[in-house]
Design a protein around this ligand. Structure first.
Ligand SMILES: Nc1ncnc2c1ncn2[C@@H]1O[C@H](COP(=O)(O)OP(=O)(O)OP(=O)(O)O)[C@@H](O)[C@H]1O
Ligand SMILES: [Mg+2]
Length: 254
C-alpha cells in the first residue's frame, strides 16, 4: 500500500531578490514499511520537500497524499523528527513520550503503558523519570524518536536527526533506528548528508540533483547480511556508495 504519494511537486520561495525555485517537479512514492532516504547536496531542497510533506511549508505546485489523503497542513499522521531534539525541557522522558497521547485524550493508564513500551524500545528504561537536560545528545534523540513513535504516525519524517551527534553515537543511533523501524514496521522518509547512513538505513535511496532539486535517481539497496557497522566495508556497500558519490560529485560546480 502506498503510504506517501508525491506528484509533480515544486516549491518557489519569494525572496527580496526575486523568486527562487527550490524544488522542481518531484515525484516518488513510499510504500508501507519502506525506509526511503533522500540524499543531495546542501541547498538542493531536501528540507523544503520534507516540510511540504509535513505540512509545515506550502507547496507551490503538485500533490502530496498520505494514505490517499491530500496534505493541507500538519497532522498526527506524520511524525516529524528534526536535528534539534525538540523535547519539552520541563517534562521527564516518560511525560515527554506521553505528551501526544495525552493530547489525543488517551487515559492515564494506557498512555503510561504505551510510553513505557517506547521508552524501553529505545533503551531508556532507566531514564524514564529524568529531565532532558540531564541526558546526552544521543539519549535526547532517542527520547524524541520514542515520543514520535508513541503517536503511531502513518509515516515518520526525519530531517538529519543524527546530524548533531558525534560519529560513534551516530552509528549506535543508526543501528537503533534500523532495529526499531524493523520491529515496529514503521514507514520512514529520512534525510541525510551521510551516504553511509543512507545505505545502512535505506531500503531505497532517492538522490536529488542540485537546486532546483529534482529526482536524479532512485536506487534500491540490497545488502547481504546484517545492516550494522560491519556492513560498512562490504563490497556491495562500497559499490553502492561509489555510485551515489559519482551521482553527487558529477553535479558539483567546480
Ligand atoms: N523560507 C525560505 N525562504 C527563502 N528561501 C528558502 C527558504 N527555505 C529554504 N530556502 C532556499 O531554498 C533552497 C533549498 O533549501 P533547503 O533548506 O530545502 O535545502 P536542503 O537540501 O535541506 O539543504 P541542507 O542540506 O543544507 O539542509 C536554498 O537555496 C534555500 O536558500
Ligand atoms: Mg536541510
Amino acid at each position: 500500500m502506498e503510504k506517501l504519494t508525491v506528484e509533480h511537486v515544486s516549491k518557489i520561495y519569494n525572496t527580496p531578490n526575486g523568486s527562487l525555485l527550490a524544488v522542481k517537479d518531484v515525484s516518488f512514492t513510499v510504500e508501507e514499511g519502506e525506509f526511503v532516504v533522500i540524499v543531495g547536496n546542501s541547498g538542493c531542497g531536501k528540507t523544503s520537500l520534507l516540510n511540504m510533506i509535513g505540512g509545515l511549508e506550502e507547496k507551490t505546485e503538485g500533490s502530496i497524499r498520505v494514505s490517499g489523503q491530500e496534505v493541507t497542513g500538519p497532522g498526527p499522521d506524520r511524525g516529524m523528527v528534526f536535528q534539534g531534539y525538540s523535547l519539552f525541557p520541563w517534562l521527564t522522558v516518560q511525560k515527554n513520550v506521553e505528551f501526544g497521547l495525552k493530547m489525543r485524550g488517551i487515559d492515564a493508564k494506557t498512555r503510561a503503558e504505551t510510553a513505557r513500551k517506547y521508552v524501553s524500545l529505545v533503551g531508556l528504561e532507566g531514564f524514564a523519570d529524568t529531565l532532558p537536560d540531564a541526558l546526552s545528545g544521543g539519549m535526547k534523540q532517542r527520547a524524541a524518536i520514542a515520543r514520535t513513535l508513541a503517536n503511531a504516525p502513518e509515516i515518520l519524517l526525519m530531517d538529519e536527526p543524527f546530524g548533531a551527534l558525534d560519529a560513534q553515537t551516530r552509528i549506535v543511533m543508526q543501528e537503533l533506528l534500523a532495529r526499531v523501524s524493523r520491529e515496529t514496521g514503521s514507514t520512514v522518509l529520512f534525510i541525510t548528508h551521510d551516504i553511509d547512513e543512507a545505505i545502512l538505513l535505506g531500503t531505497r535511496i532517492l538522490v536529488m540533483s542540485r537546486r532546483p532539486g529534482t529526482v536524479q535517481k532512485i536506487l534500491p539497496v540490497s545488502l547481504p547480511g546484517k545492516r550494522d557497522h560491519t556492513a560498512l566495508t562490504s563490497p556491495e556497500f562500497l559499490a553502492l556508495k561509489r555510485e551515489i558519490m559519482d551521482l553527487l560529485w558529477t553535479e558539483q560546480v567546480l
